[in-house]
Write a protein that binds this ligand. Sequence first.
Ligand SMILES: NC(=O)c1ccc[n+]([C@@H]2O[C@H](COP(=O)([O-])OP(=O)(O)OC[C@H]3O[C@@H](n4cnc5c(N)ncnc54)[C@H](OP(=O)(O)O)[C@@H]3O)[C@@H](O)[C@H]2O)c1
Length: 313
Amino acid sequence: MATMKAIRFHTYGGPEVLVLEDAPRPEAAADELLIRVAAAGVNPLDWKVRAGHAKDWLQHQLPLIPGWDVSGTVAAMGTGVSGFKEGDEVFGMLDFTRNGAYAEYAVARATEMARKPDAVNHVNAASLPIAALTAWQALFDVARLTPGQTVLIHGAAGGVGHFAVQLAKWKGAQVIATASARNSGFARELGADRVIDYQATRFEEAVRGVDVVLDTIGGDTQQRSWQALKKGGVLVATLGIATPQAARDFGVRGEGVFVHADAGQLSQIAALIETKQLRSYISGTPPLAEAASAHEQSEAGHVRGKIVLQVSE
Ligand SMILES: NC(=O)c1ccc[n+]([C@@H]2O[C@H](COP(=O)([O-])OP(=O)(O)OC[C@H]3O[C@@H](n4cnc5c(N)ncnc54)[C@H](OP(=O)(O)O)[C@@H]3O)[C@@H](O)[C@H]2O)c1
């Protein structure tokens, strides 16, 4: 049996359960691509799965390879695949229910992968799928943000938030962002018209009448956000809506967003990166062997932009 190097965990737990070891090299089914992984994006989902927070939902069999954002080169493909050939550079979001991309090889459904533009490197491409698709789907599919509207974006310095600020500006919206003082300048550089230091100011006292809130934080931040909306506005949350009744009380909509693979949207996002209308801020590119430390950083909740594991050249 062919093997490969991979980060896996055999039991749920802290970052220390991640081990770099030999694992079976996967094979592409009829509708799949075998991808030689160049880079794997790190998302909070990765450590949540590792810690066992998603075990009832995803029902993984262990050992598991985490990491569902990938960029790499097509090494082989199933008999039913058309539109790709060996050597093509591709990127996308893998199926959360299966093995991920912290490995030398990963398999992906061909219909869910997009071509990586030559001008976008693998690290950049691997930073995009989950975070940029979530921002896109939250703002455009769920909230139906239109030019001239105002959106309050919580967690503007994070993976989802830093794409959301730029995508909302690209759409022609006004953006109010929340970030710590350390990230205020960063949020402004991304295009935010106004930045609120959430540690110094109660945003709900400073903001009124917005059309859309994008909440990537949840908890108390979500509870204090309802009053910032105008009647008929919408709060879109990446962590679900804790109190649906609150939306009714304030005369607004509260919607969860759940990211799904969409190769067409990914291609549009990549084109924006290629034409420099969108950028990905990469805060670190550790090697695969340092996945545990990448998880520690993500889990601490203050990553600026994205961490991407560099798997091969
Ligand atoms: N439903 C879905 O499909 C979906 C998809 C993607 C992500 N998610 C979830 O959405 C959440 C965000 O994901 P992400 O990838 O953006 O996470 P992330 O990159 O880890 O977000 C980190 C950022 O959050 C900011 N932050 C922390 N506390 C804050 C607060 N109270 N107010 C404002 N900003 C704060 C930090 O900025 P400072 O350092 O300035 O505090 C940091 O830059 C995660 O829980 C993730 O699991 C869900």
